[in-house]
Design a protein around this ligand. Sequence first.
Ligand code: NAP
Length: 272
Amino acid sequence: MALAVVTGASSGIGRAAAVELAGRGIHVVLAGRSEPRTSLVVDVIEAAGGSAEFLPLDLASLNSAREAGQQLATTGRTVDILVNNAGIGGTRGVTEDGFEIHFGVNHLGHFMFTHHLSPALRSGSRVVQLSSDMHRRATGIDFEAVRRKSRSFYGIGEYAVSKLANALFAAELARRRPDLHTYAVHPGLVNTNIIPKIIKPLVRSSLTTPEQGADTVVWCATSEDVAGESGSYYARRRQVEPSRPALDENLAATLWSESEQWCGINLGDGPH
Ligand SMILES: NC(=O)c1ccc[n+]([C@@H]2O[C@H](COP(=O)([O-])OP(=O)(O)OC[C@H]3O[C@@H](n4cnc5c(N)ncnc54)[C@H](OP(=O)(O)O)[C@@H]3O)[C@@H](O)[C@H]2O)c1
């Protein structure tokens, strides 16, 4: 039985993707910070005849991300699909390790998690990274600013930087692990908990369902029709051009090496 890992599957797009993957006969590991919330989704999957399990993962803690990745890798199982989906937006704070909260959870926690589970990825495994068209609002990454709490109230700029980091991560992972298929996905504007309550009434008519939001994610994770190069950016099942900074290979390489240092990983330029 194929195995997929989905982070942040307690709600929204991650939940819809996990349910859809399980419905296709794939065993799904739902990695999240809340066992009660995530176990409800495991129950839904099992009630429909699918197979799933919970894995504790708090992306706001590099320790937790390391342990969760190692826990998966040491079981000796093969991960055929990894969906780095979990995310936060519109908040303020820092992670356990002092990183700006959007950058820390959306990018750095996933970087650590992916690194430690990567021995379980086989040649041909797919890694899907949830990015967002909001990445287009970021002109670059301030590598000092991501190491401290932001003064911004809504954190929109910080969210955009984290989503740029997600697109850069997918592209750099493709360069470092040519044996994998990695994609960054914009899921559309989706009616989930991440959309701030004050904004929802303004955009309600444009919002899609979590199932619609998960469509391109699941497609990139499973379809034989994904024709674009590994590392590319997708929306509505189509490869689209991301922003210019998202295509900047020097920025991607710098983000990678800084992330390695912050995570205490010393692999130099070798494979991930
Ligand atoms: N909705 C949109 O319009 C939209 C557009 C573009 C991109 N995206 C991206 O899609 C992804 C999924 O978001 P969503 O819209 O489905 O929002 P959501 O319903 O709020 O789901 C977010 C998921 O992330 C989990 N999460 C948050 N912090 C975490 C942490 N520290 N450790 C582990 N898991 C954590 C949440 O778990 P809890 O239950 O514990 O909170 C939840 O399962 C995000 O990466 C987001 O940036 C969404």
